[in-house]
Design a protein around this ligand. Sequence first.
Ligand code: 13P
Ligand code: SF4
Length: 307
Amino acid sequence: MIVDYVAEISRLKRELNAVILAHYYQDSEIQDLADFVGDSLELSRQAAATQADVIVFCGVVFMAETAKILNPGKLVLLPDMNAGCSLADGCPAEQFRAVRERYPDHVAVSYINCSAGVKALSDIICTSGNAEKIIRQIPEDKPILFAPDRHLGAFLEKKTGRKMRLWQGTCSVHDMFSERAVVQLKVRHPEALVIAHPECDEAVLRHADFVGSTKALLNFASGSEAREFIVVTESGILHQMQKACPEKVFHAAPANDNCACNLCPHMRLNTMEKLYECMTTRGPEIRIDEELRQAALKPMQRMLEMS
Ligand code: 13P
Ligand code: SF4
């Protein structure tokens, strides 16, 4: 049977009174039918504000968990429950608890790319879109434990001049971009501006004309007078860049010389077919223990207040 996924998903959306939230790293066809496409911060805000009964999250587990933490009464669906994240997986809650216990005087600021368990052990959550603003609000005399992304942490240290104790996690996608590949692309396109996500290594970021969250990169490209860009992040964002600026040229940075692996294998587990299936069967559904949810909610609320 041939299914018209766009028509069927629209029908199911009305039937369920559902909202479809999608991250910029989703396939273009999913981005095009979503009610809202955004970065982690915007998606959290949308999840906090929605009036829908059902949230269908086209992203990864930690994002859908965040939506559930903010909306315990709503059904939160994720098309593929295997859509994890190397940052979240590299920071198990028990190990994080042990580090917290070793440094009880530290304010624990955790990047939203972490499990509900790690959120529950944190003082404040941040995203790449608000991290600098949040770090700057923490009193100077308070030491900071930052988890789990060491590249974002190092970038924030440089921006704010604030030394932090960094968890040594990385994003498996952004960590693959090589300085050499970016420089080679820059030689081929000397007029292009390099725009990069702060999950990249410092060696890559030092070649960037602008560093920011996915949404900030999109805004920068739209507002810039430049006509050509080398984009150093997951290449899903190029879809919105090309839509917003059809007259500009965007070059997706390759991860290294001979591989184009700039797609997140977790994000890309979601497909139109799985989206349709999950709305049809109302599963897989995100479930979080209520005590854990309440503990994880506090640092999430602090983030929303501070950003
Ligand atoms: P942002 O959408 O916040 O820029 O984060 C990128 C990312 O890697 C999400 O997993
Ligand atoms: Fe996680 Fe990196 Fe994929 Fe984002 S791009 S979901 S940080 S593995």
